[in-house]
Design a protein around this ligand. Structure first.
Ligand SMILES: NC(=O)c1ccc[n+]([C@@H]2O[C@H](COP(=O)([O-])OP(=O)(O)OC[C@H]3O[C@@H](n4cnc5c(N)ncnc54)[C@H](OP(=O)(O)O)[C@@H]3O)[C@@H](O)[C@H]2O)c1
Length: 303
């Protein structure tokens, strides 16, 4: 895999609400650059396994009760929230708003949101300063969660940023078209004119690091690659890389889709990402799915 950018700011203490797929990859990068790293998962078993494997501090937190133990935020300088809004809109704020406000070392907060806040734009280009017009329950929840974070620290020295993250893919965890083809799970949903952006998981981390180096309170960023494309394109490309036939396309109207997937495919937009370069100076290591998928194949030793 190509070398990734390393943090350009002095190491502090980063706390991840939700040490899932995206967060864990960034956590490793920051740990290796000298940061103190802590975070949360929902089960005791996962917390124990991660702490042992990764050498980071892991708390159990499912949003229904505060983190057990004393002072989980002692010395924390940066907070990344990757927890999706469900029954509790923002678990971190529901349980720890006052603790975070009392944390004198805290400087930067990043909330991972989604472009669902924009609703359907019929293939149009959307910028961050457009008023959100969510067209789904999950979009409404995301917009409300963004507002909760953006309003939580006004008048303080803490900068709160929101990142509207495109479709995440990357190595491992079955999170890419190559793994899905190999597992027989790849599907092509045919909806004429449908496009969306993607983002390689480590490029999300690079954008977050760039924002930590250039905080802007209230900053909102579309986090996406440079090429919105059809659902089929990456799958056909991945199939070519590993020498298999792509699956037959299934028409959207007759496809067996979860409510979440159907709501995702019912919206179409292209994300403007000029803020990533113009404001943050962030460099994407994988500007399109082609670079991202090729790198995955190379690591698998299949090229
Ligand atoms: N998948 C996509 O293409 C996509 C696109 C745009 C945005 N997003 C959003 O971007 C964020 C990061 O994505 P990801 O794929 O890295 O997420 P992920 O792997 O699913 O990780 C989510 C983390 O949040 C924790 N979590 C979930 N519900 C929780 C709750 N109620 N209380 C406390 N913790 C909870 C999970 O705990 P456990 O570790 O115990 O499971 C996990 O650590 C998520 O908010 C996701 O919805 C995803």
């Amino acid at each position: 895999m190509p070398a990734l950018p390393v943090p350009t700011i002095a190491p502090g203490h980063v706390f991840f609400f939700g040490l899932g797929y995206t967060a864990l990859r960034l956590a490793r990068r920051m740990r290796d650059a000298g940061w103190q790293v802590s975070g949360t998962v929902r089960s005791e078993e996962k917390a124990a396994a991660l702490a042992a494997q990764e050498g980071v501090t892991v708390h159990v937190f499912d949003g229904t009760a505060p983190i057990a133990g004393s002072e989980p935020f002692a010395g924390v300088t940066h907070v990344v929230d990757t927890v999706p809004p469900r029954a509790i809109l923002v678990p971190a704020l529901a349980q720890h708003r006052e603790d975070l406000k009392a944390c004198r070392t805290l400087r930067w907060i990043g909330y991972l949101s989604t472009p669902a806040v924009y609703g359907d734009r019929q293939g149009g280009v959307v910028r961050e300063d457009e008023v959100p017009t969510p067209g789904s329950k999950r979009g409404e929840l995301r917009a409300a969660a963004e507002q909760a974070w953006l309003g939580a620290f006004t008048g303080s020295a803490v900068s709160v940023q929101v990142f509207r993250v495109a479709g995440i893919y990357g190595p491992g965890a079955g999170r890419n078209a190559i793994a899905q083809l190999k597992a027989g799970r790849a599907r092509i949903i045919d909806k004429p004119g449908q496009v969306f952006n993607r983002i390689q998981v480590d490029d999300i981390g690079s954008v977050l690091l760039a924002s930590m180096a250039r905080p802007r309170d209230g900053g909102i960023y579309n986090v996406a690659d440079t090429e919105a494309c059809s659902p089929a394109d990456p799958i056909v490309f991945a199939a070519g890389l590993i020498g298999v036939d792509p699956p037959v396309a299934v028409p959207f109207d007759s496809a067996d889709l979860s409510d979440m997937a159907r709501s995702f495919y019912s919206e179409c937009k292209r994300l403007d990402t000029s803020r990533l370069t113009d404001e943050l100076g962030a460099q994407l290591t994988y500007p399109t799915y082609r670079e991202g998928l090729r790198a995955i194949v190379e690591v698998d030793g299949m090229s």
